[in-house]
Design a protein around this ligand. Structure first.
Ligand code: GLC
Ligand code: CA
Length: 553
């Protein structure tokens, strides 16, 4: 039966004449299972909850969902501390519920992508329990154990990104183990071939179960310098008040790429896609994750995109660089670790229109967009008011400079009712007052809502080949306020005009160089914008207006 799931989804078949594969046409949707839909009303979302919302996702225009970790876990890092890679945490359901989700999703034309936490396990994983039990245990070398430099002194100066030293002393065997994240998340020793094989087997297990791909967590921290060289000090302090260190010896080691190539070889046997959590300082660094021979990640996420200022020149420059990098771009505007885009960009005057212009941007670029649940309804961060309300340990440790990530992980807002219709129990994180306005039920009835706008843009992506296949051609490149581009595929051209300023703008286009001596436009979608003159291609836009039109000769 499982084999059937796979062959029915033969993914390596190109879906167009350009040889694009399914994941290049797909719109992905990240969802945080704790917060999406609660089927048994215990206040925590679950797999059956997700299955019950497939109609919604289909209507929205989603082709694949990436579920953040739903495996057995002590939930120290809300699932990113996995204690069994081959099962489902009872709070989310059972393996059978998972199979049902895959099957039902398939009926909706939706593929399932799981989150693979490659760098570390939970300290409750049986591998680690055995590893820590004695210096000679079978799994001792599956993790990174070292002697301290002296009494009370860790092996070197490496820091955990989550606010503590990166080494934890274990009195049982009088050695330290390495953890780049929480102490409850010991790093696996990827230099050990047994670890590699065990992890590769995990991927096979899920591919065989019908999973269409994996999102690889924290890939850049897979390897550490075997000599444990101290990291150099950088300038200033971090948000936990520690002196900054340049992570030269415990991040981005070249061996990461070998591991990705191996994971890719297996993925290819199952026609699966690999998405990467690829934090990079620049496009050059991101480019490396595709692999020299396109043999690593198909979809390394452009997380730099989440850090950009809402400004036409800033986006223009970044998009051009990524578009020219040679790989297939993967655009992301937020995720479960990043403040929601609405809260990042709202100016207090044009908040909804800003949410729309952002959708008009990342959903019309050349590449694959990965949405985050709730962005389509304008969900806002709901940060904890005081330290006592924080659930995310980094928020408890780093308060108030670091508030943690609860704010962007609150329950999906389904209705204007109690708890936004997420649960009849007590939701694990509180629902903000804004849920009364920003929810699926209310916005579905309003043609001008953020949700309606998202649905229209996503529909256009499906209907217009140029928006999926087309090249990206920047227009009016010296305009400081309006970002404009043409997506062109064969005889098909779509013009996208986005006012990224708080002022009214009027723009005209000369498309002679793009092959249009006397162009005509046909509006496909406008929001706070209008064509003044279709023949001369002149458009007026209110603050943050969006104008999308087909251009013909
Ligand atoms: C990634 C995840 C984050 C998690 C961390 C440790 O950055 O996105 O949520 O805390 O890895 O697994
Ligand atoms: Ca539940």
């Amino acid at each position: 039966r499982r084999v059937l799931f796979r062959s029915a989804f033969a993914q390596n078949k190109p879906v167009d004449e350009q040889g694009h594969l399914w994941w290049q046409h797909a719109v992905f949707y990240e969802l945080y299972p704790r917060s999406f839909a609660d089927s048994n009303n215990d206040g925590i979302g679950d797999l059956n909850g997700i299955t019950s919302k497939l109609d919604y996702l289909k209507q929205l225009g989603i082709d694949a969902i990436w579920i953040t970790p739903c495996f057995p876990s002590p939930q120290i890092d809300f699932g990113y501390d996995v204690s069994d890679y081959l099962n489902i945490d009872p709070m989310y359901g059972t393996l059978q519920d998972f199979d049902t989700l895959v099957q039902e999703a398939k009926k909706h034309g939706i593929r399932i992508v799981l989150d693979f936490v490659v760098n570390h396990t939970s300290d409750q994983h049986k591998w680690f329990l055995d590893s820590r039990s004695s210096k000679t245990s079978a799994h001792r070398d599956w993790y990174i154990w070292r002697n301290g430099k002296g009494p009370g002194q860790p092996p070197n100066n490496w820091q955990s990104i989550f606010g503590t030293p990166a080494w934890k002393y274990d009195p049982a065997t009088e050695q330290y183990y390495y953890h780049y994240f929480y102490p409850e998340q010991p790093d696996l020793n990827w230099r050990n071939p047994q670890v590699q094989e065990a992890m590769f087997d995990v991927t096979r297990f899920w591919y065989k179960r019908g999973v269409a791909g994996l999102r690889l967590d924290a890939v850049d921290s897979l390897y550490e310098d075997p000599d444990l060289t101290d990291n150099p000090l950088g300038a200033g302090t971090d948000k936990f008040g520690r002196p900054n260190r340049i992570e030269k010896f415990n991040r981005n080691l070249p061996e990461v790429h070998t591991a990705l190539q191996d994971l890719r070889k297996i993925a290819d046997q199952y026609d699966a896609v690999l998405i990467g959590e690829t934090w990079t300082p620049d496009v050059e660094a991101l480019k490396k994750y595709y692999g020299k021979h396109s043999n690593e990640l198909q979809l390394p996420m452009d997380l730099m995109f989440t850090t950009l200022k809402l400004s036409a020149p800033v986006y223009r420059q970044h998009i051009a660089a990524l578009d020219a990098a040679g790989g297939w771009p993967t655009y992301v505007i937020t995720n479960h670790d990043i403040v929601r885009s609405y809260s990042r960009y709202a100016d207090g005057l044009h908040d909804e229109q800003i949410a729309k212009v952002l959708a008009g941007l990342y959903l019309t670029l050349r590449g694959t967009p990965i949405m985050y649940y709730g962005e389509e309804i304008g969900m806002q961060n709901n940060d904890p008011k005081g330290k006592e309300d924080v659930r995310d340990p980094i928020g408890i440790l780093g308060w108030p400079l670091e508030k943690g990530r609860d704010g962007e992980r609150t329950p999906m807002q389904w209705s204007s009712g109690a708890n936004a219709g997420f649960t009849t129990g007590t939701p694990w994180l509180p629902v903000p007052d804004s849920a009364k306005t920003y929810n699926v039920e209310t916005e579905s009835k309003d043609a001008n809502s953020i949700l309606s706008f998202y649905m229209q843009v996503l529909r256009l992506r499906k209907e217009e080949p140029a928006l999926r296949e087309g090249s990206y051609i920047a227009l009016n490149e010296s305009d400081a306020n309006v970002l404009s581009y043409l997506r062109q595929y064969r005889d098909d051209s779509v013009l996208v005009v986005l006012n990224l300023s708080a002022e009214k703008q009027q723009v005209s286009f000369d498309l002679t160089h793009q092959g249009f001596a006397a162009p005509k436009t046909k509006t496909l979608l406008e929001s706070a914008a209008a064509a003044v003159d279709a023949a001369a291609v002149t458009v007026t836009l209110d603050p943050y207006g969006v104008f999308i039109a087909k251009v013909t000769k």
